[in-house]
Design a protein around this ligand. Structure first.
Ligand code: NAD
Length: 328
């Protein structure tokens, strides 16, 4: 059943945060579908080289700009994707105020732009809105368990505010909005120094160093390959659904199991090393994707070992030196 799905094609998209990890894959997917893309990014955590395959394409335009400042005139767009935010703990611990502003002021600027153009607006929210969840797997109608003043709150509460603002614009001004709650996504173009679980493990395994598992390692995570996450964002944009919709791969494993799986793909025998967990580290994380399956006809299709192999190959070809510990 695909009650909300449509075959809508977009003419011109604005992708805020388009030079980041997920955003760059989204820009490529949109261009492949014939949609022109204006990528707006301040390169705070993204890199121009992420969109090098798009540069020179007549359908692609790169605008260096901070979305917390008034947006320049980018011309007509019929869809706005808001991915512009630090996303890894290493980044948002380093950029706490910027992260709050990207979720608040930045979201408002992009909502106003979408409203002015009558464009569809898609917010890249996060499973972090569920905090350390007491409902498992996480369903969209669970309100979450978030510490509003801890170090992670700059990200979690910024996204929760962004969801509230997006919902208010939908109710108050009739803006055509949608909210995606993205769960841990991995793939090529992640930075090996951004502290997230998979690139950290891959960098350590390639260097034949022990993989750093935080806490007891029994906390769980699910991981979704980036092309699946991007397909979910595009399907949500093309639908009329307002969300929130979970986008993730409901294959759950402990952090220690993920470490051993990455070590197996790389062929490392260095083992694991236990380090302190970060504050408010969630104990369980796994999406219920029934809504995405029913309303969007979407589900992940890339097998974990296939996705890990592709990611490892990219790191072997391109990656910078490994970091020493993982944050989530
Ligand atoms: P990323 O850090 O690689 O990309 C974020 C991009 O936004 C970067 O290019 C950065 O330079 C840009 N940016 C940040 N602040 C900006 C600002 N004020 N103005 C303009 N550009 C700005 O992160 P990512 O992993 O690609 O995540 C993209 C989005 O998806 C984020 O909003 C994140 O919260 C969300 N998300 C990602 C994951 C994941 O596992 N990757 C999970 C949940 C949610």
């Amino acid at each position: 059943m695909r009650s909300q799905q449509s075959t809508k094609q977009f003419t011109r998209a604005l992708v805020a945060g388009g030079s980041g990890f997920v955003g760059s894959h989204l820009c490529e997917a949109l261009i492949d579908a014939g949609t022109a893309v204006v990528c707006v990014d301040n390169f705070e955590t993204g890199r121009e080289e992420n969109v090098e395959s798009c540069l020179g394409n007549a359908l692609f335009e790169l605008v260096e700009h901070d979305i917390t400042s008034a947006l320049p005139d980018v011309g007509p767009v019929d869809v706005v994707f808001h991915l512009a935010s630090a996303a890894s703990p290493v980044d948002y611990f380093r950029l706490p105020i910027e992260t709050l502003h990207a979720g608040s002021i930045g979201t408002e600027n992009l909502l106003n732009l979408a409203s002015a153009h009558g464009a569809r607006f898609v917010l890249a929210s996060t499973s972090e809105v569920y905090g350390d969840p007491q409902v498992h797997p996480q369903v969209e109608n669970y309100y979450g368990n978030v510490n509003p003043i801890g170090p992670r709150s700059v990200y979690d509460e910024a996204k929760r505010y962004a969801e509230a603002l997006t919902s208010a614009y939908r109710r108050t001004y009739g803006v055509n909005t949608a909210i995606a709650r993205i769960f841990n996504t991995y793939g090529p173009r992640m930075r090996s120094d951004d502290g997230r679980m998979i690139p950290t493990f891959i960098g350590q395994a390639l260097a034949e160093r022990p993989l750093t598992v935080t806490g007891s390692g029994t906390q769980t995570r699910s991981i979704c390959y980036v092309s699946d996450t991007v397909a979910g964002l595009v399907a949500l944009a093309a639908s009329s659904h307002g969300g929130p919709v979970n986008l993730g791969n409901p294959i759950e494993a402990t952090v220690e199991e993920w470490a051993r799986r990455v070590a197996g793909v790389v062929g490392s025998s260095a083992g694991v090393n236990y380090v302190d967990a970060t504050p408010d580290d969630p104990r369980r994380r796994c999406p219920d994707i029934t809504r995405a399956r029913v309303e969007l006809g979407w589900q992940p299709v890339v097998e974990v070992d296939t996705g890990l192999k592709r990611t490892v190959e990219w790191f072997v070809d391109r990656a910078s030196p490994a970091v020493t510990r993982q944050q989530h």
